[in-house]
Design a protein around this ligand. Structure first.
Ligand SMILES: [Zn+2]
Length: 241
């Protein structure tokens, strides 16, 4: 994470989860992601799509830490990313996971992120969805928020679709809007978003995010937003006049 971004987001009232790294984390038991029948990969709504799903942080990079439970962000990111993988695959997508265990590619943050992006390039991904949990120095901030890279119009459209879908699916008390953010994981020239699923510094939202039911709803919200994005992109343009 670039320091200039941290400063900018702090001014806006946000504090990126990516600041808090370090230290090995305990591994709380997590329920398995419920299985779903897989549709025919040739007929599902995401057939032919290759999507990179990035579970943020991992290994010695725990990310943010939940204030009440002490759970590390990396754990919640992974469980949410796995739930999203199941849903996208059921829709026929080919999903590339940056990790499916508690690991990292390099203890150097930039090298770790570069390795994750290399997976997208090598796998021919057409979309990047990076999963994170947010935190703030006070406990009142809450609500999911989607980030995209400024100047990438398709990413902005995707971020808007997913933000709207998350609000519809989760009905959070705080209804945020998608924002531009200078995250390295968003630097490929394909539709890319970073989803801050909620604030684990907020007691109520932490309690929700600790449950597999709520993480499943988060994954469903992201999946629906992705479907809406592709539907918008494929809608034939109507000739003027
Ligand atoms: Zn993070």
């Amino acid at each position: 994470m670039k320091k200039k971004l941290i400063g900018r987001l702090s001014v806006l009232g946000f504090f990126c989860c990516c600041v808090a790294l370090l230290a090995a984390a305990p591994r709380p038991a997590q329920p398995a992601v419920p299985a779903r029948p897989v549709q025919n990969a040739e007929t599902g709504p995401l057939a032919g799509r290759v999507i990179l799903v990035d579970a943020g942080h991992g290994g010695t990079d725990g990310g943010a830490r939940a204030k009440d439970s002490g759970t590390w962000e990396k754990e919640l990111n992974l469980q949410t990313a796995l739930a999203l993988k199941t849903l996208l695959e059921a829709d026929g997508a080919a999903v590339i996971m940056t990790r499916e265990t508690d690991m990292q590619y390099n203890e150097n943050k930039r090298a770790d992120l570069t390795a994750r992006l290399d997976l997208a390039k090598e796998g021919g991904a057409g979309m990047v969805v990076s999963i994170h949990m947010n935190e703030y120095r006070t406990r009142r901030e809450s609500g999911p928020q989607v980030f995209y890279r400024a100047g990438q119009e398709d990413s902005r459209l995707l971020a808007g679709c997913v933000q709207a879908s998350l609000i519809e699916t989760l009905n959070p008390a705080k209804k945020r809007t998608a924002l531009a953010g200078d995250y390295f994981i968003l630097s490929l020239d394909i539709p890319s978003i970073l989803v801050e699923c909620g604030f684990i510094s907020n007691a109520a939202e932490e309690a929700l995010l600790l449950t597999s039911d709520y993480r499943e709803k988060v994954a469903q919200g992201i999946r629906k937003g992705i479907l809406e994005y592709y539907a918008l992109k494929e809608r034939p343009s109507v000739p003027a006049g």
